[in-house]
Design a protein around this ligand. Structure first.
Ligand SMILES: O=C(O)C(=O)C[C@H](O)[C@H](O)CO
Ligand SMILES: [Mg+2]
Length: 398
């Protein structure tokens, strides 16, 4: 019988070139090897947790070594049984997710099929992507407008940005006005046919979020994301949702179908944004997808970390009929992230093509994984939180 022989972790980085996305300045790539030499890759979430997540992957490793790689659902259930805290542990969820992605890569390679063939078959051979990571150091409306035009000229038909500068919890009148001016500038720069998506990063209390969503309506965003603090405050989210006709998106931090259900069954989300690197890999994403189908809501998978996540998310989207759009930092990454998968993706009129080769459909440059090996902690800035696009935690009006 073929068994899982090893699970290796490669934290990789070239901090000198970490540009727009401090939360992803290190990528955690996972390599699973079988007893007959097959190899699959996965990826886990880094964001200020690189060392904890590596340790969590070591725990999953203990469980999976020696197991049959074809029994993915069984392996998930075993981890669920053993890890008493999985329903509460982001580290456990992302560790398991990375292994699940790698196991699907392996299965696809055994069967000679892309992963989408294993999870429902092809629906979309290309996926509309929205640009993120494009507005580092943008502060004034003019900064945003100039950069937004460049994004359109690259071929993007959609882009996301956080216009809220250094505001957290609440925002005074001047802050709201600054945010509105930035959004207005982008809308005017890109015209009416390009989608703009408003990122809030879970910053605000409910009253501020209610005011904010109303102020954003004239600019017709495709959605407004994480308008309030991300604590599953159901009453609060309900107030915000009822205050606007704009789609509300959320879900990048959920780690289970049960969390997804809490949001969906109360009608609090129009666009769910699960992330394959923390929502339990293809196994968890497929379960969550079924839920979104049943409730008639759309999916816009969160995809903010690295190259294996990017490839895996596209495989997932390929077999989903309710994908609204997918996030992409790809074109705004430092080159090393693209090089890890031989720069496999090219933007084509706002879309990324789904690879049809076996597994995740990308070839990993193992030499680069060795060369870029990183130890230590990610950079931490005392003023600018790690989760914003670099150089944007600033006001311009005062
Ligand atoms: O890409 C997004 O939607 C984000 O919210 C980016 C976040 O800062 C990042 O995912 C934090 O891990
Ligand atoms: Mg987000």
């Amino acid at each position: 019988m073929v068994t899982i022989k090893d699970v290796e972790v490669y934290p990789v980085s070239d901090l000198a070139t970490a540009k727009a996305s401090p939360w992803a300045s290190v990528s955690i790539i996972v390599k699973v090897t079988t007893s007959d030499g097959q190899v699959g890759y996965g990826e886990a979430v880094p964001t200020l947790r690189v060392n904890q997540v590596i340790k969590a992957i070591e725990e999953v490793r203990r469980l999976v070594i020696g197991k049959d790689p074809f029994r993915v659902s069984y392996i998930f259930r075993e981890w669920y049984k053993h890890d008493f805290y999985i329903s509460r542990s982001f580290e456990s969820a992302t560790a398991y997710s990375s292994v699940d992605i790698a196991l699907h890569d392996i299965l696809g390679k055994y069967y000679g099929a892309p992963v989408y063939q294993l999870i429902g078959g092809l629906i979309n051979d290309k996926v509309k992507v929205y640009a993120n990571g494009w507005y580092s150091d943008c502060v004034t409306p003019e900064d945003f407008a100039k950069r937004a035009k460049e994004v359109v000229s690259m071929g993007f038909k959609a882009m996301k940005f956080d216009p809220f500068g250094p505001y957290f919890d609440s925002m005074d009148k001047a802050g709201l006005e600054e945010a509105v001016e930035r959004v207005r500038a982008v809308r005017e720069a890109v015209g009416k046919d390009v989608d703009i998506l408003i990122e809030v990063h879970g910053r605000f209390n409910v009253n501020t979020a209610v005011q904010m969503v109303r102020a954003m309506e004239p600019f017709e965003p495709l959605f407004i994301e994480e308008p309030i603090h991300p604590d599953l405050n159901m009453e609060g989210l309900s107030k915000v949702k009822n205050a606007t006709g704009v789609r509300i998106a959320t879900g990048e931090r959920i780690i289970s179908i049960e969390e997804a259900l809490q949001l969906i069954e109360r009608g609090l989300v129009d666009v769910l944004q699960p992330d394959i690197t923390n929502a339990l890999g293809f196994t968890g994403m497929s379960r969550i997808r079924a839920l979104t189908e049943a409730y008639g809501i759309e999916l816009a998978p969160h995809n903010a970390f690295g190259p294996i996540q990017h490839a895996a998310t596209l495989q997932f989207d390929a077999s989903s009929f309710n994908i609204l759009i997918q996030e992409s930092f790809y074109e705004f990454w430092p080159q090393w992230k693209r090089d890890i998968i031989g720069d496999a993706f090219k933007l084509n009129e706002g879309y990324h093509t789904v690879p049809s080769k076996p597994g995740l459909g990308v070839t990993v440059n193992e030499r680069l994984l060795d060369e870029l090996r990183f130890t230590g902690m990610e950079p931490f800035h005392e003023e600018e939180p790690v989760w914003v696009i670099k150089g944007t935690w600033r006001r311009y009006g005062s």
